[in-house]
Ligand binder design. Structure first.
Ligand SMILES: Nc1ncnc2c1ncn2[C@@H]1O[C@H](COP(=O)(O)OP(=O)(O)O)[C@@H](O)[C@H]1O
Ligand SMILES: [Mg+2]
Length: 271
């Protein structure tokens, strides 16, 4: 029997192309390798690419589920790593275009998975549209991926600001990505954290840094997570550290269970 509820983690960045999918996929694989039971929900319905990063053929995806042609268990695939994947759909309207009933049915199905999962990692779409914010609010813990460039920093800050001011939420951790060193990542976190403390009156946590590693790009070209493609690489080391840090965070606990909470929050927000 499980000792704690499923931990639900939303991964966002504001800006696209900074590494949300890379972090989501490799963090999921690293957690699974450490003995956790992990599912990744690709919540990007515009440009779903988690399935490409895993290299797992997906005969059906969320669009088939939403159209009522498949059940959730029928669209879930198990990747080579053992991580379960709920494939997103490409070219669909974003989540905001989906009715509350459809959203309810997606997520209702998740609450039945509570006993089977230790972690649910949610890979968000880019931007801070109402649907992304709704998803992020529904996740009790959030990791913001940020690169050391002005537009990524501005977008990460914008995402944090909306979450803190409009939703009054805590549990936000930064993951600097594509950095030259761990120290440079820590410094980037300090810079952003100072701005958050000064202007938002809140601080954001630091989870760990992923350094720039060309093998991460090579792995994607081979449709493999870097942990599978190059387990000895710096990138793989960084993702294992992120998984360690994630597992050391205190569990977020609620009587109703995390997945159910996630469902209730989402269904209550997306219209
Ligand atoms: N630490 C890194 N080192 C090298 N390349 C990276 C790193 N993180 C991400 N990338 C590359 O950057 C590109 C965008 O990453 P992706 O995860 O798809 O971003 P997002 O999901 O935020 O749009 C991909 O080609 C990916 O391989
Ligand atoms: Mg992505």
């Amino acid at each position: 029997m499980k000792s704690r509820p499923t931990q639900v983690i939303g991964i966002a960045s504001g800006k696209g192309g900074v590494g949300k999918t890379t972090v989501s996929v490799n963090l999921a694989v690293a957690l699974q390798a450490q003995g956790e039971r992990v599912m990744l929900l690709d919540a990007d319905l515009g440009l779903a690419n988690a399935q490409i990063a895993f290299g797992t053929p997906c005969p059906a995806n969320l669009s088939h589920f939403l159209a009522g042609h498949k059940s959730l268990p029928e669209i879930i695939v198990t990747t080579r790593s053992g991580v379960k994947l709920v494939p997103g759909a490409s070219g669909m309207q974003e989540m905001a275009g989906i009715s509350a009933l459809q959203t309810a049915s997606i997520l209702q199905a998740f609450s039945e998975l509570e006993d089977e999962l230790d972690y649910l990692v949610v890979d968000m779409a880019a931007g801070i549209s109402p649907s992304v914010i709704a998803f992020m609010r529904a996740c009790p813990r959030r990791f913001i991926v940020v690169r050391d460039d002005p537009s990524s920093i501005a977008d990460a800050y914008g995402t944090i600001k909306v979450l803190i001011q409009d939703c009054n939420v805590d549990e936000i951790y930064l993951i600097p990505n594509g950095m030259s060193s761990q120290q440079a990542g820590q410094q980037l976190h300090e810079r952003i954290n100072q701005v958050c403390a000064r202007f938002l009156g809140r601080s954001v946590g630091y989870l760990g840094t992923v350094e720039q590693d060309e093998l991460i790009l090579s792995a994607l070209k081979k449709h493999q997570p870097v942990l599978e493609f190059a387990p000895g690489s710096g990138g793989s080391r960084d993702f294992r550290r992120l998984a360690d840090a994630t597992r050391q965070l205190p569990a977020v606990e609620r009587a109703s269970g995390e997945l159910q909470f996630f469902v209730e929050r989402l269904v209550g927000q997306v219209h």
